[in-house]
Ligand binder design. Structure first.
Ligand code: PLP
Length: 360
């Protein structure tokens, strides 16, 4: 097999250049004779990694000074609990925009701590799955914050609108962070599990606006308390040092290839290539309306699902890995995060074309 392209939704591909370098550093990092994962998080060498990675992320996303950047444990699901417990204050409700699997999972977790207002924002447009315009999202007056998931990894749905509100907007950006330009100042909290667009699993990034600190409920575990994490520079307990280090290397790589603006163009080109091919085929379907198609996660079905297993087996043989759709969605899914080169998407399209020719 010449080259392998991994379309996994997460843990996902890490840029090849970063992996090549990390390989050497597993034995001897910075001439210390040890790897970065074996040194203290409080060593001057690791503190330098922590400071540089935060600065690089700030540069990439243009994060304003009144926002804190946290490098945490617990994944995005940890944040499903951390968000209400940090932000509710005296309120008993928050608005949760329900656009797909992950937004729905967030509301389920939140309902342990408050009475979330679960707002279904899905609709059907021209026979395809879509999202209602933000002006039609019925927000409540009592909500402490408004939560939404801009990219639904499983459904392949992207929400480009922001909630229209003066409440803090909280976004689960696990599968979209750093893939396109955003205006951080419009959000109260942004969080993301690292294992898709950032680096290895085990690290969660939280970007939180300063005025939202200090409201945590007393039952909130300290390791999820934003105020504690800010006070302790994300080192209240031992942080996931290797994942943090590698995330920092991915940030450097991203800067070296032109930053988020360049990556956005590259991602749009990759997605267009794949969606255009699917739309012109009588063999494959994507059932999401063009207005809400995810640039990162492209679910597609074979019109004849009896061929699914053969498709996946043959794709695997030519090095196209992890194309099986999520168990709740079925079919196929190609996750084409930042680290997936255009060549990888072209290889997938070539394979799909050949498979169609042989099986139509
Ligand atoms: N939110 C989104 C949008 C996701 O895609 C995922 C995982 O795929 C999660 C949350 C759950 O993330 P974690 O496994 O880090 O808890």
């Amino acid at each position: 097999m010449d080259k392998v392209y991994n379309f996994c939704a997460g843990p996902a591909m890490i840029p090849a250049d970063v992996m090549a370098q990390a390989q050497h550093e597993l034995i001897n990092w910075q001439g210390l004779g040890t790897s970065v994962m074996e040194i203290s998080h409080r060593s001057k060498e690791f503190l330098a990694v922590a400071a540089q990675s935060e600065q690089d992320l700030r540069d990439l996303l243009n994060i304003p000074a009144n926002y804190h950047v946290l490098f945490c444990h617990g994944g995005a699901r940890g944040q499903f609990a951390a968000v209400p417990l940090n932000l509710l204050g005296e309120a008993t409700t928050a608005d949760y925009m329900d656009g797909g699997f992950w937004a729905h999972s967030a509301v389920e977790e939140a309902s342990k701590y408050c009475q979330p207002n679960n707002i279904d924002i899905t609709c059907v447009k021209e026979g395809k799955k879509a999202i209602l315009p933000a002006a039609e999202w019925s927000l409540s007056d009592e909500a402490a914050f408004v939560h939404f998931c801009p990219n639904e990894t499983i459904d392949g749905i992207e929400i480009r609108d922001l909630p229209i509100t003066d409440k803090p907007i909280v976004a689960d950006m696990s599968s979209t962070i750093l893939s396109r330009q955003i205006d951080v100042s419009k959000y109260g909290v942004i969080y993301a599990g690292a294992q898709k667009n950032i680096g290895p699993a085990g690290l969660t990034i939280v970007i939180v606006r300063d005025d939202l600190l200090g409201k945590a409920k007393s039952i909130l575990p300290s390791i999820l308390d934003y105020t504690v994490l800010v006070d302790k520079d994300s080192m209240f307990n031992t942080p996931p040092t290797f994942a943090w280090y590698l995330a920092g290397e991915v940030f450097k790589w991203l800067k070296s290839v032109g930053g988020v603006a360049a990556m956005e163009q590259r991602n749009l080109a990759k997605a267009k290539l794949l969606y255009d091919f699917i739309d012109h085929s009588n063999f494959y379907i994507n059932n999401v309306h063009a207005d809400n198609r995810s640039v990162m996660n492209v679910p597609f079905q074979l019109k004849n699902p009896d061929l699914d297993a053969v498709f996946l087996a043959q794709a695997e043989v030519v090095g196209l890995k992890a194309l099986k759709g999520h168990r709740v969605a079925g079919g196929m899914r190609a996750s084409i995060y930042n680290a997936m080169p255009l060549d990888g998407v072209q290889a997938l399209v070539d394979f799909m074309q050949m498979f169609e020719k042989n099986n139509a």
